[in-house]
Design a protein around this ligand. Structure first.
Ligand SMILES: Nc1nc2c(ncn2[C@@H]2O[C@H](COP(=O)(O)OP(=O)(O)O)[C@@H](O)[C@H]2O)c(=O)[nH]1
Ligand SMILES: [Mg+2]
Length: 360
């Protein structure tokens, strides 16, 4: 299974409503009983264009797993339930942090006023508290090796202690500007506060795109170099119930191009550092997912392990060239088809044919 991202945030900030809107927007399949989980398709206009060009029997889009992680509590009690919730955060690679930016007295929130600063801090502190314990456990486990003057262990523990000290001051690991060495030292801890975050400002209505709470949240996001997107979970959930044609008409009437759920999924995908490459043909047009920076054999391995093992070369047509010239043959004729070897880093939008040797 591919990568997954988790919706987190205080109770009643709108996670489940947003989850429902997301899963209705992308064809979904459910699994798991305790938490809402779904595998959703990532919208990609290029797939539609490629489909028009090839009229394939089958189209396969890129997917992402989205998990609705039920409420982090307002206080760090460290009880079993909290531990379990935090454990669920461990299993996702990126966090979609929903922050309530809508006022509505009829929906209890456990607070007098809406306050994104307080809410983000509360959630960060929960994660930081869990990380503190995780780091302490690791440091304790390594004590023997440190006493035996194992140089690697001493360095690793020093790194962990440094991160731990900052965590004790309430600074999430993702905001600590850690070096590659420090990141390697804490890698196995899988710290919650190190996971990349996309902030989601949940607003009252799709038309009222901003308010002072959204502005505050944007500042928080900017300060840590994170992205923020604004959605109205409730309206989006309603829209997602409409037929595709009605949806488009509805959005048009509001002067909107796309549903914010599409924006959200694309942003989540980017947050995970993922890119798409394609394979095309009469049988199938398919988007594949790899990490930005993956070399050609690794990307080929996403299609089939044998392609990675027996990798010879990759023939590539750029999506833009194909659309401009209209066919692979035309791209080849124009001399724009490329052949790349093992060291090539696959680009977003590459249409590939992998040449490989099965006897290797
Ligand atoms: N007005 C308004 N209400 C919302 C919005 N998003 C969620 N709600 C309402 O807030 C309540 C809590 O939402 P829910 O998704 O269950 O929160 P969760 O605890 O984070 O999963 C529900 O009654 C929703 O209908 C929104 O964008 N605008
Ligand atoms: Mg919920």
């Amino acid at each position: 299974m591919g990568l997954s991202c988790g919706l987190i945030g205080l109770p009643s900030c709108g996670k489940t409503v947003i989850f429902n809107a997301i899963t209705a927007a992308g064809a979904s399949s459910y699994s798991g009983s305790e938490m809402n989980r779904a595998v959703v398709s990532i919208p990609d206009q290029r797939i539609e264009k490629l489909t028009d060009l090839y009229h394939p029997l089958k189209v396969v889009r890129a997917t992402l797993e989205v998990v609705d992680i039920p409420g982090i509590k307002t206080s760090a009690t460290g009880d079993g339930r909290t531990a379990k919730l935090l454990g669920n955060i461990k299993d996702v690679e990126a966090l979609l942090h929903v922050v309530r930016c809508f006022e509505d007295d009829s929906i209890p929130f456990g607070h007098e006023a809406i306050d994104p600063v307080r809410d983000v801090e509360t959630v960060d502190l929960e994660m930081v508290a869990a990380d503190s314990t995780t780091l302490e456990n690791k440091i304790n486990r390594m004590e023997k090796r440190v006493r035996a003057k194992d140089k690697d262990a001493i360095r690793e523990v020093e790194d962990c202690q440094k991160v731990h000290a900052a965590i004790q001051q309430g600074i999430p690991a993702r905001k600590q500007n850690l070096t590659i060495q420090e990141l390697a030292s804490i890698y196995e801890c899988n710290l919650l506060s190190l996971k990349p975050v996309l902030y989601i400002a949940n607003i009252k209505s799709i038309q009222d795109t901003t308010n002072r709470h959204v502005t505050v949240l944007k500042h928080i996001a900017d300060a840590e170099g994170a992205e923020m997107i604004t959605v109205c979970g409730k309206d989006e959930a309603d829209i997602s119930q409409l037929e595709p044609d009605e949806q488009r008409q509805f959005l048009q009437e509001l002067g909107l191009k796309e549903s914010s759920m599409e924006r959200l999924l694309i942003a989540a995908y980017r947050l995970l550092g993922l890119i798409n490459f394609f394979t095309t043909g009469k049988d199938e047009v398919r988007a594949w997912t790899c990490q930005a920076g993956d070399k050609a054999p690794v990307a080929a391995g996403k299609i089939h392990k044998d392609m990675e093992k027996g990798f010879i070369r990759m023939d590539i047509v750029r999506y833009e060239d194909l659309i401009e010239l209209g066919s692979e043959a035309a791209v080849a004729k124009a001399g724009r088809q490329r052949t790349e070897s093992r060291e090539y880093e696959v680009h977003d939008g590459d249409i590939v044919v992998v040449r490989f040797n099965t006897s290797k």
